[in-house]
Design a protein around this ligand. Structure first.
Ligand code: SIN
Length: 297
């Protein structure tokens, strides 16, 4: 279970100089599209600043980071999140873990009620909190119980989605904004036909620039993007459907099959994610922490 618990530490001070020498992290690509697995970090202990800097570099390069076989308390998970920015307090007071920054994502029910948010089945592509002014920069899930089949999370690379658009489409969307909203009448995980009255909504650029990498990413999604502003509805619908189909192509995607002990962090500014269906007879329990973000530009 434990991953190279001592190797990183010893190597850090191996040259006996006062300045720690930090070897590159051991990593493995998760797919051709995006994702890096970090092979030699144990999150139970606080990480030295130089290792945190390496993790950040790896994250900007890989867009999502996976660490397997981690045995973590909620405090450990929040401390890991703090390496990348301030964690947000959870919004949904019914589904919190013991720590105020931890939200449970689970289909497990107590007295008939789910103990976690987003309990059941398939979930369409989206980016977290794109319907508020400052959406989460990052989100992470720590897997505690997973179904034997399904409940996989798919991640799509939104830089590649933008970069591979035909010039004509780029011309049509550059400089435009789209309205994002969420909370459908009948389902929270699949785009519905009607939004509930008074749900939170916010307009953000269709193409956003990542504040750290300077790269442009396509920032619309099937679950929550409702309309492109200042276009007739038919044209907005046609353009959005084209963008959704484009960004969800398999060549831009990594599909994660969860194992207990996985912690996976994604960058909401340059990725989208979705979830595959799973049996309601099986239990799925994840602890989610999000990191505060900035207003997309
Ligand atoms: C989420 O969208 O935050 C949940 C994804 C998942 O349950 O795999």
């Amino acid at each position: 279970m434990t991953i190279a618990r001592s190797s990183g530490r010893e190597a850090l001070f191996a040259d006996c100089s006062s300045k720690p020498v930090v070897p590159p992290l051991m990593t493995r690509p998760l797919s051709a599209a995006l994702g890096l697995e970090i092979l030699d970090v144990d999150l139970r202990d606080p990480l030295p600043p130089a290792v945190i800097a390496r993790l950040r570099e790896a994250w900007y390069e890989g867009l999502i980071l996976l660490l397997r076989n981690q045995i973590l308390t909620e405090e450990d998970q929040v401390r890991f999140a703090e390496c990348f920015g301030p964690p947000a307090k959870t919004i949904n007071v019914n589904n919190t873990g013991k720590h105020p920054a931890v939200m449970l994502i689970s289909n497990i029910r107590k007295d008939g009620k789910p103990i976690g948010a987003l309990p059941d089945g398939e979930m369409q592509f989206h980016t977290d909190q794109c319907y508020i002014e400052k959406p989460a920069a990052a989100s992470m899930l720590y897997a505690i119980e997973v179904p034997s089949v399904g409940g996989n999370t798919l991640f799509a690379n939104a830089y590649l989605a933008y970069e591979t658009l035909p010039a004509e489409i780029k011309r049509r969307i550059d400089g435009r904004k789209a309205v994002n909203a969420y909370d459908y009448e009948n389902a929270s995980t699949i785009r519905g036909t009607r939004l509930r009255e008074g749900v939170p909504q916010y307009s953000h650029p269709v193409v956003r620039t990542h504040p750290a990498t300077g790269r442009k990413a396509l920032y619309v999604n099937r679950l929550m993007t409702i309309a492109i502003e200042d276009l007739p509805q038919a044209e907005s619908d046609e353009l959005l459907n084209l963008l959704f189909d484009h960004q969800e192509q398999r060549r831009f995607i990594y599909e994660h099959l969860w194992r207990v002990g996985d912690i996976l962090m994604w960058d909401n500014r340059c990725t989208l994610h979705a979830r595959t269906d799973f049996s309601s007879a099986e239990r799925r329990l994840m602890c989610r922490v999000t990191i505060l973000g900035e207003k997309p530009e």
